[in-house]
Write a protein that binds this ligand. Sequence first.
Ligand SMILES: Nc1ncnc2c1ncn2[C@@H]1O[C@H](COP(=O)(O)OP(=O)(O)OP(=O)(O)O)[C@@H](O)[C@H]1O
Ligand SMILES: [Mg+2]
Length: 184
Amino acid sequence: MEDNNLMIEVSDLELALVQGLIEAKQPFWESMKHGGYAEVFGLGENYVVKVLFQQYKNRGIDYEFEIAQELYAAGISVPRPIGLFDAEVNREGIVKTEKGFVMERLLDVASCGEDGNKNRELGRRLEGLLKQCCELGFFPIDHHWTEWGGHNVAYNPEEDQLYLFDFDQWERMDVRDIFYLLER
Ligand SMILES: Nc1ncnc2c1ncn2[C@@H]1O[C@H](COP(=O)(O)OP(=O)(O)OP(=O)(O)O)[C@@H](O)[C@H]1O
Ligand SMILES: [Mg+2]
C-alpha cells in the first residue's frame, strides 16, 4: 500500500480489503476502459483502479487523487476516493508495477439515449456542478454533457445523480482568474 496521505476517512479495514482485492487480481490484464491517458481496471464490484499511461511533468496519479479528495471533502459529486496502491499491470506480456488510484466504481452511464430533454437538463446540471468546482479554485478541463451524452461525467439514473471524474488535467487557480477566463 502506498502512503495514503488521506484528507478523508477511509477505515483501515476498507484499505486492507482493497489491498486484498489488488493482490488477488494482479497482474491486471484487461482494462475495463482505455482513455487517452489512462487505463481503468475493475476491482471487484465496488471499486476501480486508474493507472496513467504516462506521467506528466510534475504530475502523477497522486495529483488526481489529491483533487478527488478535495472535491469529495467539499461535497462535490465524485467517485469516493480510496487511496493510492501499487498494482502490477500487464502490458503486452510485460508486467510493471504502477501507482494506481482506487476509487468507488460508478455506474458508467454517459447518455440518456434519445431523451434529448433529459440530456439537456443534465447539461445544465453539469454546468452548475462545474461552477461549484470553479468556486473551489479549480479550472475544470474536458467535462461536458451535450444532447448526445457526457464526457468524463457519469449519470446514475437510480439516484438521478451526476458524477464527475478524470481530474489529472485540472488546474488549480485563483478563483478570480478562473471567472475572468470563463467570461472572456
Ligand atoms: N470510478 C469509475 N467507475 C466506473 N468507470 C470509470 C470510473 N472512472 C473512469 N471510468 C471509465 O474509464 C474511462 C477512462 O477514465 P478517465 O476518463 O478517468 O481516463 P482518461 O484516460 O484520463 O480519459 P480520457 O483521456 O478519455 O478523457 C472513463 O471514460 C469511464 O468510462
Ligand atoms: Mg476521461
